[in-house]
Ligand binder design. Structure first.
Ligand code: NAD
Ligand code: LMR
Length: 338
């Protein structure tokens, strides 16, 4: 057991995802049973009571790994000495709000939070942005903290990755952990490209596409299922959850955020996962965009898995999502934020 604590800051901690995150993190579900944690809960004034209530419940759990819980509406206090930041709090799209309005509202949140991270976070800081539009919010936060290496900023597409695995497991009637090599490319939005071209099943014994062809009656049927069912289902799963549940995904999003941080810190081994990272130009993606790729970590941060083939159809889908990210970056530039 470590004697020092890791400071973990959660923004929007009084919200739904915050509530689903806090208790698992405090119980060791993110950093493991040997790392003590100090939690900092950042909220806006309207969310403070909910965050304070969660802090009371955390105390009532008497978690052995939890050293302290601070609730604040000051970003400077919340990020001072922080090693892991989960940026969950964001401005949701309201009635009549255009995409540019949403980007402007969120720039007003992620710009100052990025600056506060730059001013006070610990040297080993890692950031994951969950609040939507997650990729571009991460871009804004990174641009607002020029003193922090940009590879410390990531955005969550692990939920999309897990959704893709879940759909394949059901279609192939296997356990989710029997599927490896799925990749999410692009934006955390309906334009994303969930890719199974490199995916294998049964410990690497078979390509997923061959297993699908066996079950669905041939390669053509498998390709049609991927195009017409799998890709839209994964890419629009967030909207499906909202329609069925009446509000957006919470527990699955919190689970994905925990797995994102756990694997970044603990390492992925040879298996890859998906995360949105700041592009260094990999696969021709313009530098600086926060784009989802297949990634691995050796414990020191996510790195893009390079050298995978993307055929023409895959490239077209990926390029469309990258174009959306470029349009979002341009809209933020027009606001004078970048
Ligand atoms: P929620 O409305 O329940 O909670 C958001 C909380 O953030 C609220 O308590 C609010 O007071 C707080 N907040 C707003 N502005 C803040 C600021 N400037 N600083 C600190 N806190 C602030 O929403 P939720 O269900 O918890 O979802 C949070 C975000 O996560 C949304 O943007 C949602 O779209 C997004 N999301 C992303 C993914 C993903 O995979 N990337 C998945 C699900 C949800
Ligand atoms: C999700 O993917 O569940 C969230 O990003 C919510 C949404 O609007 O899709």
């Amino acid at each position: 057991m470590s004697t020092t604590s890791t400071t973990v800051t959660i923004t929007g901690a009084g919200g739904q995802i915050g509530y689903a995150l806090l208790f698992r993190i405090a119980a060791g579900g993110m950093l493991g049973p040997d790392r003590r944690v100090r939690l900092r809960l950042l909220e806006i004034p309207q969310g403070m009571r909910a965050a304070e209530g969660a802090a009371l419940e955390l105390q009532d759990c008497a978690f052995p790994l939890l050293d302290s819980v601070d609730v604040t509406d000051s970003a400077e206090s919340a990020f001072d000495g922080c090693s892991i930041a989960l940026l969950v709090g964001a401005r949701p799209r309201g009635p009549g709000m255009e995409r540019a309005d949403l980007l402007a509202a969120n720039a007003g949140i992620f710009g100052p939070q990025g600056a506060a991270l730059g001013a006070g976070a610990a040297d080993d800081l890692r950031v994951v942005v969950v609040g939507n539009p997650a990729n571009t919010n991460a871009l804004i936060a990174a641009a607002s903290a020029p003193e922090i290496p940009s590879d410390r900023f990531t955005a969550l597409t692990r939920l999309d990755h897990n959704r893709a695995v879940g759909q394949l497991a059901e279609a192939l009637d296997v356990r989710p952990d029997e599927i490896e090599g799925v990749a999410i490319w692009g934006n955390h939005s309906a334009s994303q490209f969930p890719d199974v071209a490199h995916a294998v099943v049964g410990g690497g014994d078979r390509m997923v596409i061959d297993a699908l062809a066996d079950r669905l009656g041939g390669l053509e049927a498998a390709t049609a299922w991927l195009d017409d069912v799998f890709i839209p289902r994964v890419a629009k799963r967030g909207a499906e959850i909202i329609e069925v549940r009446g509000s957006s995904s919470v527990a699955s999003a919190a689970n994905a955020a925990i797995e994102h941080v756990r694997d970044e810190q603990g390492g992925t081994g040879e298996v890859w996962t998906s995360a949105a990272v700041v592009s260094q130009g990999e696969y021709g993606v313009p530098e600086g965009l926060v784009c989802s790729f297949p990634v691995r970590s050796d414990g020191s941060g996510y790195r893009v898995v390079e050298g995978l083939d993307l055929d023409e159809r895959a490239r077209t889908r990926f390029d469309a999502s990258v174009a959306e990210l470029e349009a979002e970056r341009e809209a933020v530039r027009q606001l004078g934020v970048l």
